[in-house]
Design a protein around this ligand. Structure first.
Ligand code: URA
Length: 206
């Protein structure tokens, strides 16, 4: 389980919620996953980053964004001048969904039912972390945070207000990992960093 840090009652409550989520059977994804990968970081926190679901590395480590997508996320946060230790990082879905290809475990996107089943844990995190701004990383996070499927491209570059919370949308870091050309990858990383900067500014103006 990843570390939830802080001495606030929110952090203490969140540690208890994480312990409960470790036994989650709300959908079938727990069957093939190694463990629940709950969020980590401080509670409360000014920013809460929401990804899709743990990948292969995260499933084994029990921590969000510690694999290749995590390295891109770290680079974008650094470019935006944001300390990862100061933000809460989690996923819309807390179990790794995969299919076997030979000896490899290949990521499969969670479906709407799985996203909805896991939304209760995200709600618990939102209540305890009480972020100024939620950053949705990619389409699955958008589906969970907005409660419906919306195009990521159409939501970027703005600060949205949703049920009293500010929300900023950016691409999923794994989409940057997949870009082959260095220039195009750098541009995508710059765009992600700009979105994260927007989120940090919105949080400071709260
Ligand atoms: N992709 C995600 O969406 N989350 C992780 O934790 C890792 C990869």
């Amino acid at each position: 389980m990843g570390a939830i840090v802080g001495r606030s009652s929110g952090a203490g409550e969140l540690r208890a919620v994480a312990a409960e989520a470790a036994g989650c059977t709300r959908c079938d994804l727990y069957r093939d996953a190694t463990q629940t990968v709950f969020g980590e970081g401080p509670a409360p926190a000014p920013l809460m980053l929401v990804g899709e679901q743990p990948g292969d590395r995260e499933d084994l480590a029990g921590e969000p964004f510690v694999g290749p997508a995590g390295r891109i996320l770290d680079a974008a946060l650094a470019a935006a001048g944001i300390d990862r230790e100061g933000v809460y990082v989690t996923n819309a879905v807390k179990h790794f969904k995969w299919e076997a290809r030979g000896k490899r475990r290949i990521h499969k996107s969670p479906n709407a039912t799985e996203v909805t089943a896991c939304r209760a844990w995200l709600d618990e995190e939102l209540t305890r972390v009480d972020p100024d701004v939620v950053v949705a990383l990619g389409a699955v996070a958008v589906r969970s945070v907005f409660g419906k499927a919306l195009a990521v491209g159409g939501l970027r570059g703005q600060v949205h207000e949703l049920a009293g919370r500010l929300v900023v949308v950016t691409v999923h870091p794994a989409s940057v990992v997949r870009i082959r050309g260095a220039e195009e990858r750098d541009r995508a990383l710059d765009g992600m960093a700009a979105d994260l900067r927007l989120a940090a500014e919105a949080s400071r103006s709260r």
